[in-house]
Design a protein around this ligand. Structure first.
Ligand code: ADP
Ligand code: MG
Length: 151
């Protein structure tokens, strides 16, 4: 399994990386974000939203589990942290197979529901401002997305 590693030195750089990724995405794409609290998962999603043409402010959907934003295509932003130890299916497939791009924070809590083809992104805090972002593409589409992003 190939991995693509990026390093950012500011919040802005993380947003820019996500912004650049956004343009390479298509409807139905699913991205998973893993990383400790404060790693930058929501920050990354904000950059992604900007790249998709979302105008509204993107905030953490912790209490609603999923928020939907309109851009050039919809962005479904999930934070499934609260579903830890629950088998609840809130209709994930409707989002994953919908018209938009889905981003899932803390995705391992809903591992069983995730589509096979997806882009896994792990964010690691190196120090206060430096982050390492490790991309693991699952499927050919995301493999080529990662290759393009690296150029
Ligand atoms: P999470 O959603 O993973 O809990 P957030 O995105 O809400 O994390 O918070 C990340 C925090 O880290 C923000 O306060 C942000 O300003 C800060 N930060 C510092 N450096 C970076 C960086 N390189 N990339 C992303 N966030 C950073
Ligand atoms: Mg968050």
């Amino acid at each position: 399994m190939s991995q693509y590693v990026f390093e950012t030195r500011t919040e802005e750089e993380t947003k820019q990386l996500a912004n650049k990724l956004a343009v390479l995405l298509q409807p139905n794409d699913v991205l998973t974000l893993e990383g400790d609290l404060g790693a930058g998962k929501t920050t990354f999603t904000k950059g992604l939203g900007a790249g998709l043409g979302v105008r509204r402010t993107i905030n953490s959907p912790t209490f609603t589990i999923v928020k939907e934003y309109m851009g050039e295509m919809p962005l479904y932003h999930m934070d499934v942290y609260r579903l830890e130890n629950s088998e609840e299916d809130i209709g994930f497939d409707e989002y994953f197979r919908g018209e938009g791009v889905t981003v899932v924070e803390w995705a391992h809590f809903i591992e069983a529901y995730l589509p096979k083809e997806r882009l896994e992104i792990q964010i690691k805090r190196v120090d206060d401002e430096t982050r390492k972002l490790i991309f693991t593409p699952l499927g050919d589409h995301f493999e080529s997305v990662c290759k393009e992003l690296q150029e």
